[in-house]
Design a protein. Structure first.
Length: 194
């Protein structure tokens, strides 16, 4: 007589998480290379080595896959942007390093203006502003309007479009891009109403 097979929720859960991660990684690679609108669920499934239905079982839709990729990238971004509060050079260097890794894809996503991407882009912008407050909080004005204006100016100085302008359009070196963004941030902080 055969022994009863034991069912392990832990193993099943681990396999499901591994499949989910494979899908996220495959989708991330596709999204880094192509516009969001050009990537299909079938391509994601093929790249992940799973069926189209498996992708849908894990994420419900392409927007769900994109949200999974964004969540994964947000975690990587948080790790990559580690800098001590007040360390302007370290913060900008970390930020530009992150843009070097995935800036072109971010620009493509931001310019597609698809409604299904709006929550992801809004979340990314909010996360960037929170990072700015964490890094430069001690140098920010205390009055609410001046603080908001300064954070917005810092956002413009450190935004992905600023990186794109410097690196892709003006073809500055990585080092020169760091220096230019540092100069912009210093100018914003000097001009802040305290």
């Amino acid at each position: 007589m055969n022994a009863p097979r034991t069912y392990s929720m832990t193993n099943r859960s681990a396999r499901a998480e591994a499949t989910r991660q494979r899908i996220v990684q495959a989708a991330a690679e596709l999204f880094l290379e192509h516009r969001y609108g050009e990537v299909t669920l079938a391509q994601i499934a093929e790249a992940a080595g799973v069926s189209h239905q498996t992708v849908l079982n894990h994420f419900d839709s392409k927007a769900g896959v994109a949200a999974g990729v964004a969540e994964d990238m947000a975690g990587q971004t948080t790790d990559a942007r580690r800098a001590e509060p007040g360390d302007l050079g370290g913060a900008v260097h970390a930020l530009v390093g992150e843009y070097e890794r995935m800036g072109d894809a971010n620009v493509r996503w931001a310019t597609e203006e698809l409604e299904e991407l709006r929550p992801l882009m809004d979340g990314a912008r909010a996360g960037h502003q929170a990072w700015l407050v964490e890094i430069f909080g001690a140098a920010l004005p205390t009055g609410r309007p001046a603080r908001r204006r300064t954070v917005n100016a810092l956002h413009a100085a450190t935004d992905i479009y600023t990186w794109k302008l410097l690196r892709r359009d003006l073809r500055l070196s990585r080092a020169e891009t760091d220096k230019t963004i540092i100069a912009l941030v210093e100018g914003v902080l000097r001009g802040a109403d305290t």
